[in-house]
Design a protein around this ligand. Structure first.
Ligand code: NAP
Length: 291
């Protein structure tokens, strides 16, 4: 019997997950199809329920359903509960288990591809949505010394900073955690003093109305900082261009995407993901859609 995995989100036209996940499944000659399941909000609950059928191994969950899905499944692992978002669902005999592999992907890319050790470093996170939550908790677990969050909607940055501060206090992690208003002098000061800047907003994303926008100008970026843009299409975003102009190191979102997908692949199949095959399929798919 052919089995199925899918990515559930809306819209999905720019997702490259089907390309690199299918390449990995084909590498192992598994009779499994990875499909794009574009689902409208009203149909999310039935789409999640369908994952219980024996032919379905599970799914990736993407924007805008990572938070809602948490409430529609049977069990959520500790880290996904902490983050409040699920990006991977596994069907175990009709029971749906939820995981968050975004944080793993983010940290693996930070260490392995950007050669950055987060312990005792100061970071600025731009954005306070689902990705920022995963990045914030991941960095805190890695014992950063300072985490400043700037977001267009300040209340969301404050709420995330509050959750992170509570987690730090409960786990005896000592870190300075604060929310600051978007594009304010407080952002300028935090950026000046940090070693890591992470863009977790959608600014710069191809196909959006803000694809030409960078959350920071080049004269604000310190040359000894690492600038990490979670946006992976295009591979060179306006922010990464600004960072290069400032002489800073850069990393784009593609490796995080592949590493989070590789962790999901292992959860569904129990096999080590063939990373080289996945990277090459993801790059090819991005080239096709203009990334
Ligand atoms: P989300 O929950 O919808 O959050 C979007 C964030 O972007 C919010 O902080 C939002 O601010 C901000 N934003 C949107 N438009 C803006 C604008 N015009 N000006 C300033 N800020 C703006 O989405 P998400 O899941 O966190 O994803 C965020 C980005 O990360 C997306 O581009 C996504 O593709 C990328 N991502 C990449 C990976 C990867 O593996 N590389 C994984 C996850 C996400 P407000 O709160 O003010 O609305």
């Amino acid at each position: 019997m052919t089995q199925f995995i899918g990515v559930i989100g809306y819209p999905l036209k720019h997702s490259v997950s089907p390309d690199f996940q299918q390449a990995a499944l084909d590498y192992y000659k598994l009779d499994i199809r990875y499909e794009a399941w574009e689902v409208k909000a009203a149909d999310l609950s039935s789409a999640i329920n369908r994952l219980r059928q024996p032919q379905n191994l599970g799914a990736n969950i993407t924007v805008p359903y990572k938070e809602t899905t948490l409430r529609l499944i049977d069990e959520v692992d500790d880290f996904a509960s902490l983050v409040g978002a699920v990006n991977t669902v596994v069907n175990r005999h009709g029971k749906l288990l939820g995981f968050n592999t975004d944080a793993h992907g983010f940290i693996k890319a930070l260490r392995d591809d950007a050669n950055f050790e987060p312990e005792n470093k100061r970071a600025v996170i731009l954005g306070a949505g689902g990705a920022a939550r995963a990045v914030g908790f991941a960095l805190l677990e890695e014992k950063l010394s300072s985490l400043i969050i700037a977001n267009r909607t300040l209340a969301k940055a404050e709420s995330l900073a509050g959750l992170l501060a509570k987690h730090a206090a409960n786990n005896k992690i000592s870190a300075e955690i604060a929310a600051v208003p978007w594009q304010s002098s407080k952002v300028t000061k935090a950026v000046e003093n940090c070693q890591l800047i992470v863009n977790c907003t959608s600014l710069g994303m191809r196909g959006s109305s803000y694809e030409e926008e960078s959350p920071l100008a080049s004269d604000l970026i310190p040359k000894d900082a690492l600038v990490y843009d979670l946006v992976y299409n295009p591979s060179e975003t306006p922010l990464l261009r600004m960072a290069q102009k400032a002489g800073a190191s850069t990393i784009g979102g593609l490796s995080m995407l592949v590493y989070q997908g590789a962790a999901s692949f292992k959860l569904w199949t129990g096999r080590e993901a063939p990373l080289d095959i996945m990277f090459s399929a993801a790059k090819q798919a991005l080239t096709k859609i203009g990334g």
